[in-house]
Structures are given as structure tokens and as C-alpha cells.
Ligand binder design. Structure first.
Ligand code: ADP
Ligand code: MG
Length: 494
């Protein structure tokens, strides 16, 4: 009998986990024997090679082949998924897209998990950043389906992490802040912890702030130091840049443990030099990033109508939350030390596994489906950003109407909003749907449009009402009522 797993599909690392017979979530090792899989893919001999084997293909190649494969290695695809494409995405001559690459990563995780567990893994709970909008969630779901997985639910990473922190604890009521700083993104989430559940109050994310930014900031400092100390410019080749970023990445992680570290830089066609970097130098380099993180934490608190003093637990999550200056910033801000689990890289996958375990095989269906045991599962999540529609008001002006507010509980219909049907059954104009930030919808965040088959004979000018909700996975659903008849609207995603 198959059981469902939890998957953390990360920007830099991904992981899978399952709840064992002792009711504890355990990370599932991949084919290389590791608990995390680098989220990288390389098209090679007609298929995607994913994770460590892909990195090794690049490392083993030499000269021009090394450069070519290095440039073909797709990283950080999570930053692109569900967003408008910016030029074509290619790997080793193969034209691809973020969904296909994510599907390849998920397929490896599921395949390796199946091998390790000894039964085919067919269903999963998959995590995404809380700030992921509808298209990013639906594209992630599409990727999982392409990988042959049934998506039981898409849950927010901070909620998953909170489940890991609170699993098996009884005296846990109180308000917590999950501080999730990963490789490419940041989320601050305020949750109310109950005895068996975590209820999300508010969240604030920064989509483009993560470990990569810390590494890049250290890399540019290293480049300057190299140029000062060698009195020569740092070579401007792909290999030299990769070398610089790799050295910065290693130095950054070492500076989380030690007060100083030595970096050897010997780029091809350049001078060799050894540079000593101190933690203090690194910290002055990342001042601004720390400040941005603090502002986001303040905004999350403000959205939850809480102050720093209301927070009983600060829960760390994501590899970059190991940076001592980050923890120091939080200690100063909250006046208490943040908590860290044994393994910051796995807390999200473990939490997804706990949520996956609330689903079980459904004996009433012929296909081995899964059914949720508890109606809500373990986490009661909420809408993270406003969603609404563009309508014409009685004065004929276009206005944007917010229907879902941050903090609204998932799976709960909004109140109905009246709209006027213009046009006929054949020409019913689609209603545009937007998301936004804070309390504003933004024209930039166009989600798509609601299309609907009007019953024949519906007069132009008929009154209808629209309701909207986000389902358990944060996907937008709409329902339209005309003359007492419910018509499921379809959101055609942009
Ligand atoms: P994601 O979920 O975005 O894939 P992770 O939570 O796996 O990211 O975190 C990966 C990031 O954590 C990388 O940017 C990595 O450099 C950073 N990281 C891992 N260990 C350390 C450390 N000891 N000190 C600083 N940063 C670290
Ligand atoms: Mg992560």
C-alpha cells in the first residue's frame, strides 16, 4: 500500500519526507544517499539529469565542454515558475520551461523515495512560499502532475515548518513567528498555535531575498579585495565567475561557524591570491539585507495586528537563518532568542509529511485515491495577499474590487459581490482577476479572467453576484450566481 509523502520543492535544495510507524516524520534519502537534493537540472543525452549527478557532470567536463554544460545547468527555476516567461529557457540545446524542469526535479524525488521506501510513491503534499500567487501554485501543481504525482494539497512552507516545531508538543498555545530565509526567497509568517493546529494570521514575503543575495554580496566584496591585492582586474569569464561565487558561498557558510576564513582565488588567466575574510567584514557587507528582513518582519506583525512583545516563539527555518547576524537581529528585535530545529534544511519537508499523513487511502474509490482524515488537516492557512476583480461601477468607471483579504481563511467563500452582466450569453465579457500587495490590487498582478457559460436567454443587464475563495492549496476559485442559479466560473489563468 502506498502512502503519501511531503515534498519541499526549494529554490536551491529540495527534500522529501514521510511519517513512519512511530508517527514521526523522517527525511527520505535520495539515490545519492543525501537528505537534500540540489534543485538543479541539466539536459543530457535526451533527458534531464537532476541534483548532484547534474553538478558532477559539469564538474567532470573540461575546457569548453565544462563551460557549455555549466551554462546549461538550470538553477533557481522556482524563481521563474508561474511567471511570464522572460526569453526562452534552454539547457544543452533543449528548449524547456520552468514547469518541465520542476517536474524533472519532483520526478527524481518521487523515484528515489519509491526506491528507498519499497513502494511506488504516487501522492504528495508539496510546499510553496506563502507569498506564491495563484499562477505560481497552479504551475507547481502542474509540474507535480507531469511528474506523475497526485497533489493532495499545496501548503505554505512556514506553516509546514510550524508543524515540525509543534509536533508532539502539548503546551504550545501562543503566537509564533516563522522566519524562513532560504536560498532565494524570504517569508515572515505570524501564526496562532493551537493544540493540534497552526492558524496563519498574516505573512509578508520578499520574493527576491535569500542566500543567493548574501553570497553575491560577499562575491562582489571578494572581487574588490582580489583587485586591490593583485592590482589586476578579476578575469571576466564564466569559469572565473563560477569560481568566485563558489568561493563566496563556501566562505559565507564557514563564517556562520568561525570568526574568520581564508579564501583562495586562482582563476584561470588570472593571478592567484589568498584572502582572509572576517565575520565582521561579512556583516558590514550585509547590513542593508538585514534591514530589509527586519522591515518585512515588522510588516508581517503589523498585518497580524501584533507587536514584537506578543510573539512567544520565533521559529527559524531555511538554510540562511543559520547566519549569526540574522539570529542576532531577531534576538535584538524580539528580545528573545529564536528557536532552531536540529535540521533547518528539513523542517519544511518534515511538516509537509505530517500534513500528508492526514490523508489516507480511500476504500470507496477503485483507483487508489487518498482522502483527508481531518477536514482541515493540521494547518489552517489563510489568504496571503488581496485578490479581486475589475468591474465597471454605475458611473461607468473601471474599479478594482477586493474580494479576498490577507488573513481570510482558505476554503471559505467571500461575501457575494453584485456585478452587472453586460453583453449576452455569447458575448459575456470575461471578468479580470488581480492580486496585489498589502491592501491594494495591482494591475501588474493580473491573474487571469473568469469565463462563464451564461444560461441561454440571460438578458444583458441581468444582475449576478460573484463569490471567490482560495481552496486548501491557495488556488483561486470563483462562483457566479444569476437569478438564484449557481454557475461555476472558470478562472482562465494568464
Ligand atoms: P531553499 O528552500 O530556498 O532551497 P534552503 O532553506 O535549502 O533554501 O537554504 C539554502 C540556502 O542556505 C543557501 O543559500 C545556502 O547558502 C544557505 N546556507 C546553508 N547553510 C548555511 C550556513 N551555515 N550559513 C549561511 N548560509 C547557509
Ligand atoms: Mg526552503
Amino acid at each position: 500500500m502506498g502512502r503519501a509523502i511531503g515534498i519541499d520543492l526549494g529554490t536551491t535544495f529540495s527534500a522529501a519526507a514521510i511519517v513512519d510507524e512511530q508517527q514521526r516524520a523522517r527525511a527520505i534519502p535520495n539515490a545519492e544517499g543525501m537528505l537534500t537534493t540540489p534543485s538543479v537540472a541539466l539536459w543530457y543525452e535526451g533527458a534531464f539529469v537532476v541534483g548532484q549527478p547534474a553538478l558532477e557532470l559539469v564538474q567532470r567536463a573540461e575546457g569548453a565542454e565544462h563551460d557549455r554544460l555549466g551554462a546549461s545547468l538550470i538553477r533557481g527555476v522556482k524563481r521563474m515558475i508561474g511567471k511570464p516567461p522572460q526569453g526562452g529557457l534552454f539547457s544543452n540545446g533543449h528548449r524547456t520551461d520552468p514547469v518541465e524542469v520542476s517536474a524533472a526535479i519532483l520526478a527524481k524525488l518521487a523515484r528515489d523515495a519509491s526506491t528507498h521506501l519499497g513502494f511506488p510513491v504516487r501522492a504528495a503534499v508539496i510546499t510553496v512560499p506563502a507569498h506564491f500567487v495563484d499562477q505560481e501554485r497552479s504551475a507547481t501543481k502542474a509540474a507535480a502532475e507531469r511528474a506523475g504525482l497526485r497533489v493532495l494539497q499545496i501548503i505554505n512552507e512556514p506553516s509546514a515548518a510550524a508543524l515540525t516545531y509543534t509536533h508532539g508538543q502539548t503546551a504550545q498555545a501562543g503566537t509564533a513567528l516563522v522566519f524562513d530565509l532560504g536560498g532565494g526567497t524570504f517569508d515572515a509568517t505570524v501564526l496562532q498555535l493551537g493544540e493540534h493546529e497552526a492558524r496563519v494570521l498574516a505573512t509578508k514575503g520578499i520574493e527576491e531575498l535569500g542566500g543567493i543575495n548574501f553570497t553575491n554580496s560577499l562575491a562582489s566584496a571578494l572581487r574588490k579585495r582580489y583587485e586591490q591585492e593583485t592590482q589586476s582586474t578579476y578575469p571576466n569569464t564564466t569559469t572565473a565567475s563560477t569560481l568566485l561565487v563558489t568561493a563566496a558561498e563556501r566562505a559565507k557558510c564557514e563564517l556562520s561557524e568561525a570568526q574568520s576564513t581564508r579564501v583562495q582565488l586562482a582563476p584561470p588567466q588570472g593571478k592567484a591570491v589568498e584572502i582572509t575574510l572576517t565575520r565582521q567584514q561579512f556583516e558590514s557587507q550585509i547590513d542593508l539585507l538585514l534591514f530589509q528582513l527586519q522591515i518585512a518582519v515588522e510588516q508581517a506583525l503589523e498585518r497580524a495586528k501584533k507587536s514584537a512583545g506578543d510573539i512567544q516563539r520565533v521559529l527559524l527555518c531555511g538554510g540562511s537563518s543559520r547566519i549569526p547576524a540574522v539570529q542576532q537581529m531577531l534576538t535584538t528585535f524580539f528580545g528573545r532568542k529564536p528557536e532552531a530545529t536540529l535540521d533547518l534544511d528539513l523542517s519544511v519537508a518534515l511538516g509537509a509529511a505530517y500534513q500528508a499523513a492526514t490523508y489516507r487511502e480511500d476504500p470507496t474509490t477503485h483507483t487508489p485515491g487518498l482522502q483527508m482524515i481531518a477536514e482541515e488537516g493540521l494547518v489552517i492557512d489563510c489568504v496571503s495577499y488581496p485578490v479581486g476583480i475589475a468591474v465597471e461601477n454605475t458611473r461607468g468607471e473601471d474599479v478594482k474590487l477586493i474580494m479576498l483579504q490577507p488573513g481570510d481563511v482558505l476554503n471559505t467563500w467571500s461575501k457575494p459581490y453584485p456585478v452587472l452582466i453586460r453583453g449576452t450569453a455569447a458575448t459575456f465579457p470575461p471578468i479580470d482577476v488581480y492580486s496585489g500587495e498589502g491592501t491594494q490590487l495591482s494591475a501588474r498582478d493580473y491573474l487571469g479572467s473568469i469565463t462563464l457559460a451564461l444560461p441561454p436567454g440571460t438578458p444583458s443587464g441581468a444582475r449576478a453576484s460573484v463569490m471567490m475563495r482560495q481552496d486548501q492549496s491557495g488556488l483561486v476559485q470563483v462562483q457566479i450566481t444569476i437569478a438564484g442559479r449557481d454557475l461555476p466560473g472558470t478562472l482562465r489563468r494568464a
